[in-house]
Write a protein that binds this ligand. Structure first.
Ligand code: NDP
Length: 326
């Protein structure tokens, strides 16, 4: 069985005396910067022009030294790129590539740009990856609670001979080795992540929406349908993660629920579609579609955002949250 790294397996001191420049101060940038600073790592932030990008002001307000991206790269030993994926190539070639020096480490939180070759780093830097498997605010909150988000690390170029030690140290500083870090390839991290986003996130969200629509269409009160479709899932996930599926079904769920799950659950899943999405992801079709959508100014996303935000389900969710909090 492959190794799952824990705190005691990883030496944080490989980051001693080294400066990490965080490029991009969004969901991941803010969380990872704050967690690493509290782990004793020297962090600076590289941000885009402050008249067009809010990162500069946000990072400064959080007490970080902020520089232009070019300056931050020059001052850093490790350049940790936390820009949104489709924006990475242009920022990289405008402001990072020509400022990199031999011996530096280029680090990512997703393998997209390296796997699909939209960024080609010079041959004399280490290229690594560390991904906490969750959104930035959750990564931050878990760290503050003394826990973390499980993560993965990967090495694409190891010039120094220490690239994996660097990636693992970053993962420890962010808090992920508290709950487990696995080693993998850039390819599996990227395609696995894109597959998870399409199938698990996409499937779960569409399951919730479809369930709500069918119940409401058949006369159920919206508040009830919403609570069934979204609120119920919280307790299920936490319980299953804590004890495992079989133990959940046989010792925590009711017998009716156990029968319902085993009898009808498989009919909800379209395995052929899941397999097709997997194959499309492996052939780079998802990546191509996403890059094309981004380059066109995200017309499909913008249209869907408008219609979904106006949906009955969203309005019902807002009433629940306004009245009873999260
Ligand atoms: P966000 O969209 O939250 O943040 C992106 C940051 O990039 C912002 O600070 C934005 O600055 C900056 N930025 C975008 N365009 C430019 C530009 N042209 N010049 C300068 N700065 C720019 O991204 P995430 O934190 O979600 O993602 C960062 C990385 O982390 C990605 O590789 C992603 O795949 C990975 N990741 C994300 C996870 C998540 O759940 N969010 C989970 C695990 C990995 P400004 O706002 O100032 O414009």
């Amino acid at each position: 069985f492959e190794k799952i790294y824990r705190d005691e397996d990883v030496d944080l001191s490989v980051l001693d005396g080294r400066t990490i420049a965080i490029i991009g101060y969004g969901s991941q940038g803010r969380a990872q910067s704050m967690n690493m600073r509290e782990s004793g790592v020297n962090i600076i932030v590289g941000a885009g022009d402050r008249t067009r990008h809010s990162s500069w002001d946000k990072a400064e307000a959080d007490g970080f030294e902020v520089y232009s991206i070019e300056e931050a790269v020059e001052k850093a030993d490790i350049v940790h790129i936390l820009l949104q994926d489709p924006a990475q190539p242009s920022v990289y070639y405008d402001s990072i590539h020509k400022h990199l020096k031999p011996g530096q480490t280029l680090s990512f939180a997703h393998g997209f740009a390296i796997l699909y070759g939209t960024i080609k780093p010079p041959k004399d830097v280490d290229v690594v990856l560390f991904v906490p498997n969750g959104p930035g605010p959750v990564t931050r909150q878990k760290f503050k609670d003394g826990s973390g988000i499980w993560g993965c690390v990967s090495v694409d170029q190891d010039v120094s001979g220490n690239a994996m030690a660097t990636a693992l140290a970053i993962s420890k500083a962010v808090g992920s080795t508290r709950v487990g870090v696995v080693e993998m390839t850039f390819q599996h991290e990227t395609e696995g992540d894109n597959y998870e986003e399409q199938v698990l996130y996409g499937g779960t969200i569409h399951l919730m929406r479809t369930m709500f629509d069918i119940m409401v269409r058949n006369g159920y009160p919206r508040s009830f349908a919403y609570a069934k479709a979204i609120r119920s899932i919280r307790s299920i996930i936490d319980d299953i993660d804590a004890v495992g599926i079989e133990s959940y079904l046989t010792s925590r769920a009711s017998r009716t629920c156990e029968f319902a799950v085993r009898h009808s659950g498989p009919r909800v899943i379209n395995e052929a579609a899941m397999e097709a999405i997997f194959q499309e992801t492996e052939r780079g079709i998802f990546a191509r579609n996403w890059l094309q959508e981004f380059s066109l100014g995200m017309p499909t996303l913008n249209r869907m955002r408008r219609t979904w935000a106006d949906s009955d389900m969203e309005k019902t969710g807002k009433i629940w949250r306004d009245k009873f909090g999260k």
